[in-house]
Each structure stands twice: as C-alpha cells, then as structure tokens.
Design a protein around this ligand. Structure first.
Ligand SMILES: [Zn+2]
Ligand SMILES: [Zn+2]
Length: 245
C-alpha cells in the first residue's frame, strides 16, 4: 500500500473521539434504523451487513464480475481507462442506500460510501496523484444542490491526502441511462463532457470515482476526454456499485 496516512493518523483518532461524543455516528443501523453497538462495521446491524455483497473478483479491463481473476472475455471491447474496479454488487440493498443518498438528501450516508471505497483502495498497490469524479450537469446540480460523488471524492481525498481535481465538466444533460442499451449509452454520453484547462504532472495516476458502473460508457468517455488532453496519464476508475451488464 503506497498511499500513506502520514502522521495525521493520531490526529484523526483524536478528532474522531471528540466527534463521536458530539455527533455519535453509529448508534443506529444506517440500513434499517435498529439500535447497534457503535463499533459495528460500516454502521450496519448484523442483518444489514449480511446484505452487502463485496465484489472481490472484477475484470480490470471492463469491470464485469468474474468467477476468478481480473480478466474475462472482453478483450475485443475498448475502454479508454487503464483499469476499473468496484466495491459492492449493486443489489436491492445498495440500490436503496444510493437512492436515499442521492435523492433523499441523506448526506450522512457519504461516510458509509467513503469507508467502503477506502477499504477497497487500501488493497491496491497504486499511488494516485489526483482523485476526480464524474461531474453532473448544472441542471442536476440545481435540483440536488451538490454532486454527491464529489462529496465522497473529497472525503476519500482527505483521507489519503490526495488532491481532488475536476478534470472535465458535463456540458450535456443526459437522460437517466438505466433504460438504454450499452451502445445507446455510448452515443448519449459521447459528447457530454469537455475537458478543463488543468496543469498536471505528466505520467500521473488519476483515480475517477463514480457511484455505479453499468456499461462503463460514462467512465470510458470521461477517461477519453482526460487522455485527449493529457495522453501520458494513467486513468483508473472505481465505482461503489457494480451493475455491469
Ligand atoms: Zn440494519
Ligand atoms: Zn472484462
């Protein structure tokens, strides 16, 4: 693990201790609301914890879950990112949590998603120079008030002391992609993003965060826009939920 916590670990413990006194985070399960012990993992009761399905085996080329290893039958498919990984299967339980977070204004759930991502990133042997996220269009920003993925990215960046940078903007307000087939999604997002003028060190590693990966087309398009401007960068993607088709 090359990402270091530096000496802030002790400070974080102290902040955590006093924070817990004022704002106890884990007294109720974030899944069902039942009272729990405040050391339960991810602030979940035993029954809700059992509903998390970790995606241990994921093809790093396309993001599909595999039975064994990090590659599958997708070698003829092209994606612009260098690797992709996911944390959890996008099952009913995770779908409800993400829905509550994104549309129910339950921002405290950001802590759960951040913990899940940190655990996955701790398993990786990559040092990330920058963290970024999939931006939302200004119309969605007006509806929701903020970009939920950006909030998680900021928390992950703070944990690893890695700067969070917006590399692209969303110039097209695409419809919800879930009802479209993969090739249609690719067409819809193809020109949805534009790069921003950013100075970066060549050959840096970038991590793009997203909430759910379905066809991989959004993450591939964002990677393409980034690489078009900065062709020496290596772009890695991570999504919380895996709904890969
Ligand atoms: Zn529960
Ligand atoms: Zn694959």
């Amino acid at each position: 693990m090359k990402i270091e916590l530096f000496q802030t670990e002790r400070l974080d413990e102290i902040k955590e201790f006093f924070g817990e006194l004022i704002f106890p985070s884990n007294l109720n399960c974030i899944g069902c609301g039942e009272s729990i012990w405040n050391k339960n993992p991810y602030s979940l009761c035993h029954s809700c914890y059992q509903k998390l399905e970790f995606t241990d085996q994921v093809c790093k080329h396309c993001g599909r879950r595999t039975l064994l290893g990090t590659s599958c039958f997708c070698q003829s498919e092209h994606y612009y990112f260098d690797s992709i990984d996911t944390c959890l299967v996008y099952n009913d339980f995770l779908q409800k949590l993400i829905f509550r977070y994104k549309y129910g204004h339950q921002t405290y759930l950001s802590r759960f998603f951040t913990e899940i991502l940190i655990q996955k990133l701790n398993e990786k042997e990559i040092f990330y120079d920058y963290i970024t996220y999939v931006p939302i269009h200004r119309n969605r920003m007006r509806e929701r008030g903020f970009n939920q993925t950006q909030l998680i990215a900021e928390m992950v960046g703070e944990h690893f002391s890695v700067p969070v940078v917006e590399f692209v903007t969303r110039t097209k307000d695409t419809p919800f992609l879930s009802s479209y087939r993969p090739f249609q999604r690719m067409l819809l997002v193809e020109d949805a993003f534009e790069h921003k003028e950013i100075e970066v060190q060549p050959k840096s590693n970038i991590l793009i965060l997203d909430d759910i990966v379905t066809s991989g087309s959004t993450l591939s398009t964002v990677s393409k826009v980034i690489k078009k401007e900065h062709d020496s960068l290596r772009v890695h993607c991570i999504a919380i939920g895996n709904a890969r088709v």
